[in-house]
Design a protein around this ligand. Structure first.
Ligand SMILES: Cc1cc2nc3c(=O)[nH]c(=O)nc-3n(C[C@H](O)[C@H](O)[C@H](O)COP(=O)(O)O)c2cc1C
Length: 427
């Protein structure tokens, strides 16, 4: 039977499935329900200090691209776009700490971990960290990610030094990590926004400052337009997510995991149980789910855990570490590609070819001519393999070339006169 227990940074967890901070865990009842549902880690709704709470944007949730299957109208589609305008908790951290106190023991009894999420300013960071730690949090997630609440609500630039400000000013974020680590004995994770850049450098700065891990990512601002009315959906650019976001996140998870030695929590775009496996193989230690569980209900957590366990049994993986980082350790850079991967060319099986011309339409190297069937000029084939992937008759196979020169000549076949004069590439 698969063992899902693992570690996220120094935090020992019964499984790597984590609530993305948000409405899943904003009240005592919901935090306890998340623990009942089987989450390995419950991260609370982010709180921030009172001056952020004076005006509350409407927390509208809009679902786009939500294509219901008429045969299964109650099922959440595999892909969708979610745009929302939700603020941090309406309760200040100084009050929310009571919610932490009232749920910490229960979460522990269920074998889960409770992580407090907050964003603050100046010395309040330290104060709230201490309060949350005393109230029973097993770890903290510092919200360096949310675009709310200051935007548009105050003229005072100091007011904006909260949430995403620290994704964009990582050295200031690192100073906060350092200060908090000196004060409290529990792990801290910094959650960043994808609206930043160079996350590997940012994560290294947090690691040097003593943080125990990074969470990538919160939502970034996205925008869509209703072309019938000409209005921006949900009143303009706003935080958004969806299963489509996964590939961007995995890219950064792998880069950060390769360059740091601390915990990496992945989130945004994980929707199915398979996504958790993918995140972990790419380098994540824990995987956050927010909107997929909001849309399906807490019973979905069992499906994620069950799917992971069956997969592990099928593959003979006894523990998470049997497949963790598996993809991360096999990433090739361009030099590896040249050194280790043979160039390809396509070959068509004329007995299978139905003469539809689909391959010709996608071939941008002018390899294919249609004479009732597809005829390939292999000496022009760049080996991109698109034709073999779209062929409806599975008539095309890719073969390895035995030398780079033929590949290079194929790439240049439209303009051989433009090749370098010294022909160094062709030797
Ligand atoms: C309605 C809503 C409220 C959220 N509130 C918070 C929050 O308070 N703090 C935070 O760090 N992230 C917040 N998030 C971001 C989620 O924790 C998560 O990072 C994001 O939704 C991406 O994950 P997903 O694709 O699984 O939804 C919120 C997301 C949603 C949809």
């Amino acid at each position: 039977m698969a063992d899902l227990s693992t570690k996220i940074g120094p935090l020992e967890v019964k499984n790597p499935i984590v609530t993305g901070a948000g409405p899943l865990a904003g009240t005592v009842e919901h935090i306890k329900a998340c623990a009942d549902a089987g989450f390995g880690v419950v991260i609370t709704k982010t709180t921030s200090t009172p001056w952020h709470l004076q005006r509350y944007p409407r927390p509208l949730y809009t679902l786009l691209d939500y294509k219901k299957n008429p045969q299964k109208p109650y099922e959440v589609p595999d892909n969708f776009t979610w745009i929302h305008r939700e603020h941090n908790s309406v309760f200040s951290p100084y009050k929310f700490v009571k919610i932490v106190e009232q749920s910490a023991k229960y979460v522990k009894e269920k074998g889960a971990r409770l992580v407090g999420s907050f964003s603050a300013r100046g010395p309040e960071w330290d104060e709230i960290a201490e309060l949350y730690a005393e109230a029973g949090c097993d770890a903290l997630e510092l919200n360096f990610c949310c675009p709310f609440p200051p935007e548009g609500l105050s003229q005072d630039p100091e007011y904006a030094k909260i949430g995403i400000y620290y994704t964009n000013n990582p050295l200031e974020g690192a100073m906060i990590c350092e200060r908090i680590k000196k004060k409290i004995g529990i792990p801290i994770f910094a959650k960043v926004s994808p609206d930043g850049s160079n996350f590997a450098e940012l994560a290294k700065a947090y690691e040097r400052a003593g943080a125990d891990g990074v969470t990538m990512f919160a939502n970034n601002k996205i925008m869509r337009v209703d072309i019938e009315t000409g209005k921006p959906v949900n009143y303009g650019p706003a935080p958004g997510t969806g299963p489509w976001a996964k590939s961007l996140v995995l890219r950064w998870i792998s880069e950060v995991a390769a360059k740091t030695n601390f915990g990496v929590m992945g989130g945004r775009g994980a929707a199915a149980w398979e996504d958790a496996i993918e995140f972990i193989m790419a380098g994540a230690d824990g995987v956050q789910y927010c909107t997929p569980v909001m849309l399906r209900g807490l019973g979905y957590v069992n499906e994620i855990l069950g799917g992971m366990a069956s997969f592990m049994d099928r593959k003979g993986y006894k523990t998470i570490s049997d497949f963790a980082d598996k993809a991360l350790n096999q990433i090739y850079n361009n030099k590896d590609l040249v050194d280790k991967v043979k160039p390809l060319y396509a070959e068509v099986d004329l007995k299978k070819c139905v003469g539809c011309g689909r391959c010709k339409k996608v071939c941008w190297y002018d390899v294919i001519e249609m004479h009732r069937k597809a005829i390939f000029k292999n000496e022009r084939c760049a080996g991109c393999s698109l034709c073999s992937q779209v062929c409806p008759a599975n008539a095309i196979t890719m073969h390895e070339r035995d030398n780079d020169v033929d590949h290079f000549k194929a790439l240049a076949s439209a303009h051989p006169e433009l090749l370098p004069d010294d022909e160094i590439f062709l030797k």
